[in-house]
Unconditional design. Structure first.
Length: 329
C-alpha cells in the first residue's frame, strides 16, 4: 500500500507539473504569436476594446461577413478577392476571436451585433450593408437586423444556426457537452510544442498560403480557444437569447443557403445515414429562416457540407453579389 501511494503521488505530481508546463508554454506561445502575426485589417476602438475589421475592395453597398462559432476572419479569406472585385467587403472578428480583444463575458456572442455596429461606424464604413453570416454568425445577423433594420440592404444566411435546433436535433445537448469537455481537456501547450518542433502536423487550412501560419497561430491562441469554448458550451443559451431578442425581417431581401443531404464530409454508411436524417430536421429550420422575410430565396447547395463556402465558394459569392446588384438597381 505504501508503494501504491507513492506511485499515485508520483503520477499526480508528474501530471500536475506537465499541466503547468503546458499552460506556461501555451501562454508564452500565444504572446509570441500576437507579435509575429499582425492583423491584416484595422483595429477599431469601440470604447476600451478593439475590434478587428478586415477590409478589401471599394463601392457600395458594403458586404459584411460574420464567421461561425470559434472562426476568425481568415476562414473567409478565399472569398475576399471575388467579392472585393465588385464592392467593399469587410470580415468581422467577434470579441476574442481572430485579432479582436476579448470581451471577458461568456455570453459575448449576443452583444456581437452591437460591437459590429459600433466598429463599422467608428471606422467610417457607412450603410447600407449586405450581411452574410455562417452558422452561429447567422445569429449575429438577426440581432443586427433587429436593432438596425434601416441599415441592412440584404442578408445571406450560410447554413445558419437556428434558435430551435437544440430542441429538434437528436442528442444536441449531449454532443454540445461532449465537444465542450473534449476541447477543455486538450493540452494546447503540448500540441503547440509538438507542432513547433515539427513532431506533429499543423491544423489544416484551405485558404491562401500567406495566411497559413497565422491561421495555425490563431487556432492555438489562448484568446480564441477560450472564446470558442464559451460559444460552444453556451450555444443553447445563446440561441435562446437570440430567439427572445430577434424578430422577423420584414421585407429585407434574404437568401438562405443550406447544406446538402449528400454531405461530402460523410465517408461511412453510418455517417451518410446520419447526414440524411440530419437534413430532414435541418431543412425545415432553414426554411423557417427564409420565412422571416417576405422577400427571400432558399437554395440547397448541392454536394456541400456545413461549410458551404469551402465546398461551393462560387455559390456563396454569387448569392452575396446578387443582393449587391439588386441593391444598386
Amino acid at each position: 500500500m505504501r508503494l501504491l501511494r507513492r506511485a499515485l503521488a508520483a503520477v499526480t505530481l508528474t501530471t500536475a507539473a506537465a499541466g503547468i508546463a503546458s499552460a506556461a508554454y501555451q501562454t508564452w506561445g500565444s504572446q509570441r504569436d500576437r507579435r509575429r502575426y499582425p492583423p491584416p485589417g484595422r483595429m477599431v476602438d469601440i470604447g476600451g476594446r478593439r475590434i478587428h475589421l478586415w477590409e478589401a475592395g471599394e463601392g457600395s453597398p458594403t458586404v459584411v461577413i460574420v464567421p461561425a462559432l470559434g472562426e476568425p476572419c481568415l476562414d473567409f479569406a478565399p472569398l475576399l478577392p471575388d467579392l472585393a472585385s465588385e464592392t467593399a467587403t469587410v470580415v468581422f472578428d467577434r470579441a476574442g476571436l481572430g485579432w479582436s480583444d476579448p470581451a471577458w463575458s461568456p455570453m459575448a456572442h449576443v452583444d456581437a451585433a452591437g460591437d459590429l455596429h459600433t466598429a463599422l461606424h467608428r471606422a467610417g464604413i457607412e450603410p447600407p450593408y449586405i450581411l452574410a453570416g455562417h452558422s452561429m454568425g447567422g445569429w449575429v445577423l438577426r440581432l443586427f437586423a433587429s436593432a438596425y433594420p434601416d441599415e441592412v440592404a440584404g442578408m445571406v444566411f450560410i447554413d445558419s444556426s437556428h434558435p430551435d435546433q437544440a430542441d429538434r436535433i437528436r442528442g444536441y445537448h449531449w454532443r454540445t457537452l461532449k465537444y465542450a469537455m473534449m476541447r477543455r481537456s486538450k493540452w494546447y501547450g503540448v500540441r503547440r510544442l509538438l507542432v513547433d518542433l515539427g513532431v506533429a502536423s499543423s491544423p489544416s487550412y484551405d485558404g491562401p498560403a500567406e495566411y497559413a501560419d497565422a491561421r495555425v497561430a490563431l487556432e492555438f491562441g489562448d484568446r480564441q480557444r477560450r472564446t470558442s469554448w464559451w460559444e460552444l458550451a453556451l450555444r443553447v443559451q445563446i440561441g435562446a437569447a437570440v430567439s427572445r431578442r430577434a424578430g422577423t425581417l420584414g421585407d429585407i431581401p434574404v437568401t438562405v443557403l443550406t447544406c446538402s443531404e449528400d454531405n461530402p464530409d460523410a465517408t461511412t454508411e453510418k455517417e451518410r445515414a446520419y447526414a440524411r436524417w440530419h437534413f430532414g430536421v435541418w431543412y425545415p429550420l432553414q426554411a423557417d429562416l427564409a420565412s422571416l422575410s417576405t422577400d427571400s430565396k432558399h437554395i440547397v447547395a448541392e454536394n456541400a457540407g456545413h461549410y458551404i463556402h469551402h465546398d461551393q465558394p462560387e455559390l456563396v459569392v454569387d448569392a452575396i453579389l446578387d443582393l449587391v446588384r439588386r441593391t444598386r438597381t
